[in-house]
Design a protein around this ligand. Structure first.
Ligand SMILES: [Fe+2]
Length: 337
């Protein structure tokens, strides 16, 4: 399986993952051979790229959370159905706890218009994985998952022209965007008037997910452990997913560079303990990416070493596989695609 940028897709390539349109309807199923019509559609939906099968591949990529659950979460978020989100967040914890491996080794791909929702689901999954790594109990994980899925619920009160603006925001627009943690908290309080009480922890995490460890974040500018642990976890997951996703005004940063960004900001923006836990689960060179090796050769990452994620197995274009755990004189210089 190989990740191919949308601009490099060619008719005849075989799709490796299901693709969905902006209404969560299956656009293309895995194993579909691409034609020009499909490629144009993928381009129009502004997918950064897709996974395709290489010769001999038979299996889809391992998924930590099923497409079915992801699509349900997106639908509930779109409908602002907070009860359904809270219920589903618990199933997401279950799925993650039952996954064979928690290593994140696939690039997150989503179409442009669904970004806010897909992003919320990704942040939920990443947050729960960090929570497991930090030894949280099951009931804590459920509350963390609920908080993470709902963390950007306040964005529904941000005008769409700001939310989906295909360029950098102006100062005024950014100030409006910065109100979304408050809008989120207000939404949850509003919901409580017509239903059950929502845990104070969830309201706190939703309100505080843009606070920085050094006190330079918003809305309150609180610092260190005054920021709830869940908010510190969601902050790392949120920034990582945002950095590695293509938006209309910026390219996706590759995972290796995003990891560098997190490390450089540990103790500044982020809680060091949260960053260090995250690094145990995130593959800097995801399966399917094309890498440039220090010996000048290029290849595709085909398997990660779960103990040392920076030393994967790489398949060269001549079919030869380099196991970087055995070839210690070779390093990965860069991710090309
Ligand atoms: Fe946010």
């Amino acid at each position: 399986m190989r990740f191919v940028s949308t601009k490099d897709l060619k008719p005849g390539m075989l799709l490796a993952n299901n693709l969905y349109d902006n209404n969560e309807i299956t656009l293309l199923k895995a194993n579909t051979p691409l034609n020009q019509f499909y490629i144009d559609r993928i381009d129009k939906l502004e997918y950064e790229g897709v996974y395709i099968f290489e010769d001999g591949d038979v299996e889809k990529a391992r998924q930590i959370v099923s497409d079915e659950t992801r699509l349900k979460a997106i639908k509930h978020l779109k409908k602002l159905d907070i009860d359904a989100c809270i219920f589903l967040a618990n199933s997401i914890v279950n799925e993650i706890r039952n996954a064979d491996s928690l290593i994140i080794e696939q690039k997150a791909i989503c179409s442009h218009d669904n970004y806010t929702y897909v992003h919320s689901v990704n942040v939920d999954i990443l947050s729960v994985i960090i929570g497991i790594g930090m030894g949280l109990s099951n009931s804590e994980l459920e509350k963390l998952s609920q908080s993470a899925l709902l963390h950007d619920i306040g964005k529904c009160d941000i005008p769409l022209e700001i939310l989906n603006k295909p360029a950098k925001l102006s100062k005024e627009e950014y100030e409006e965007m910065m109100k979304h943690p408050w809008y989120g908290l207000s939404r949850l309080r509003e919901k409580e008037k017509t239903g059950d009480e929502i845990s104070a922890v969830i309201k706190n995490a939703v309100y505080s997910h843009h606070e920085n460890w050094d006190g330079t974040g918003y809305p309150r500018g609180i610092a260190g452990t005054d920021i709830h642990e869940f908010a510190r976890i969601i902050h790392v997951a949120d920034v990582y997913d945002a950095l590695t996703t293509k938006r209309a005004y910026k390219n996706a940063m590759n995972p290796a560079d995003a990891i560098e960004y997190l490390m450089a900001n540990a103790g500044i923006m982020f809680d060091i303990k949260v960053v260090n836990t995250f690094l145990l689960y995130i593959a800097p060179y995801p399966i399917g990416c094309t890498v440039l090796l220090s010996n000048g050769q290029q290849g595709v990452v085909i398997e990660n070493n779960e103990k040392y994620l920076s030393r994967p197995k790489v398949k060269l274009s001549n079919g030869k596989v380099i196991d970087m755990m055995k070839k210690l004189d070779i390093t990965i210089l860069n991710i090309l695609v």
